[in-house]
Design a protein around this ligand. Structure first.
Ligand SMILES: Cc1cc2nc3c(=O)[nH]c(=O)nc-3n(C[C@H](O)[C@H](O)[C@H](O)COP(=O)(O)OP(=O)(O)OC[C@H]3O[C@@H](n4cnc5c(N)ncnc54)[C@H](O)[C@@H]3O)c2cc1C
Length: 389
């Protein structure tokens, strides 16, 4: 492959979206992922309003809906003091429902949209190292295909969208600017739940549970707690751990989960503390979990990745057009990402302590809601870049 303007490492929500936006604006882009096209990944799938807004503006939401992803009309919160709060999704910013697509649906649709925009997509291709120019600036990637062939791609900018264990971040030595201390361990499985139209969250004694309606008449049922408690419970077996944590989350969770036929085995996530990395340097940038990872308990990772794909793409395009210098543009990307993420990161860190009562968690949820409203306002105020042609 000849050189491209931008090579993106990692082809899921962050990488495929960044590639899509850059290609729609005329840049030559290569997108590499070591996984198979349309593969799933660990997730409970819930998108927040800003994420749905982005998919809608990019012309991808229609395909998500056409894939049978149910519309979420309400969010229901069950608290340990007995309060059950049902909040309707108000139409705002052109979004009147939320969605929780399976990752083999969403990530595939984003990759296909990127490909339609002209992105050269290489799946089952693992980036092994970065190219450097004589001055040490990152200048592309070296990768290996599934059949063992080496691929060398020169690029003006290399984007690491390669998740929490980012090879790009490691190779450029990206500085960690904030490290979290708390983490959730999660168990989840898919259950038969046709017609469900609400995200349901239950917060109890050091544990949380949720039901998130997704494709094919299924909901993703999850339970979460601290990693230490999860390790103790898992010694009893995963099914017992799930029922103990449903009981700890509260009677509403037990009642709602009762009798829902399992459609999958139980899958687990052991918990990784959050972090924020400096997301740019000479010839490189990071987007999505590679640059900023929040604990999954607040279900904002994909929404944050879709938002920051747009923030990064705008700055890359400004620099490409010569309107600003590369470092000024990328520093601006970092500034906006960090400003919009500050409260989300801090609040998520507190939620993942599992050390709250009903009043405490309500106040944290209010803070989250305010931070998410601010991010929607920010996106709404931007002229839609990357709209479908
Ligand atoms: C248990 C759990 C539940 C979650 N639930 C939610 C939720 O309900 N809502 C939500 O918004 N978020 C949720 N998240 C978070 C969400 O999954 C992530 O924030 C999101 O996947 C980040 O997207 P990404 O594109 O940055 O990275 P990823 O999805 O991690 O994708 C990175 C890609 O890079 C590829 N890659 C890595 N290294 C290389 C390499 N060297 N060469 C080539 N390719 C490479 C990988 O194959 C992968 O496809 C959850 C996370 C967990 C762990």
């Amino acid at each position: 492959m000849n050189g491209v303007d931008v090579v993106v490492v990692g082809g899921r929500v962050a990488g495929a979206s960044t590639a899509l936006l850059l290609a729609r604006s005329g840049l030559s882009v290569a997108l590499l992922d070591r996984g198979r096209r349309g593969s799933g990944t660990v997730s409970t799938h819930a998108l927040m309003r800003a994420g749905v807004l982005q998919l809608s503006r990019w012309g991808v939401l229609g395909d998500v809906v056409a894939a049978g992803t149910p519309a979420i009309r309400r969010t229901v919160f069950h608290h340990a003091d007995g309060e059950d709060l049902s909040v309707a999704i108000r139409p705002r910013a052109g979004v009147d429902s939320l969605y929780a697509p399976r990752r083999h649906v969403l990530d595939r649709l984003l990759v296909e949209a990127a490909e339609d925009a002209g992105v050269q997509v290489l799946q089952e291709t693992t980036v092994t190292s970065l190219r450097r120019d004589p001055a040490g600036r990152v200048a592309g990637v070296v990768a290996r295909t599934g059949s063992g062939a080496q691929v060398d791609i020169a690029a003006r900018l290399t984007v690491g969208a390669d998740g929490i264990r980012s090879r790009v971040a490691e190779q450029v030595g990206a500085t960690t600017t904030w490290s979290g201390r708390t983490a959730s361990a999660v168990l989840y499985r898919y259950v038969e739940d046709p017609g469900a139209d609400a995200y349901e969250w239950t917060y109890g004694a050091g544990a949380a549970a949720g039901l998130i309606p997704t494709n094919a008449g299924a909901s993703c049922l999850f339970v979460s707690t601290t990693p230490a408690r999860m390790r103790r419970l898992r010694r009893l077996g995963v099914d017992r751990a799930v029922s103990e944590l449903l009981a700890a989350a509260g009677p509403a969770a037990v009642e709602r989960a009762h009798g829902l036929r399992p459609l999958s085995t139980v899958r687990g996530w052991g918990g990784v503390p959050g972090f924020v990395r400096r997301p740019w340097g000479p010839g490189w940038a990071l987007v999505g979990d590679a640059g900023l990872f929040k604990d999954p308990i607040t279900s904002h990772g994909m929404t944050g990745a879709l938002r920051d794909a747009e923030m990064l793409a705008r700055q890359v395009l400004a620099a490409h057009g010569g309107a600003v210098a590369d470092d000024v543009a990328l520093a601006d990307y970092q500034r906006v990402r960090d400003r919009l993420s500050r409260d989300l990161v801090a609040t998520t860190e507190r939620v993942a302590t599992y050390d709250w009562d009903a009043t405490g968690i309500r106040s944290l949820l209010h803070r989250l809601s305010a931070a998410m409203a601010e991010e929607v306002e920010h996106l709404e105020a931007l002229a839609p870049a990357g709209a479908a042609p």
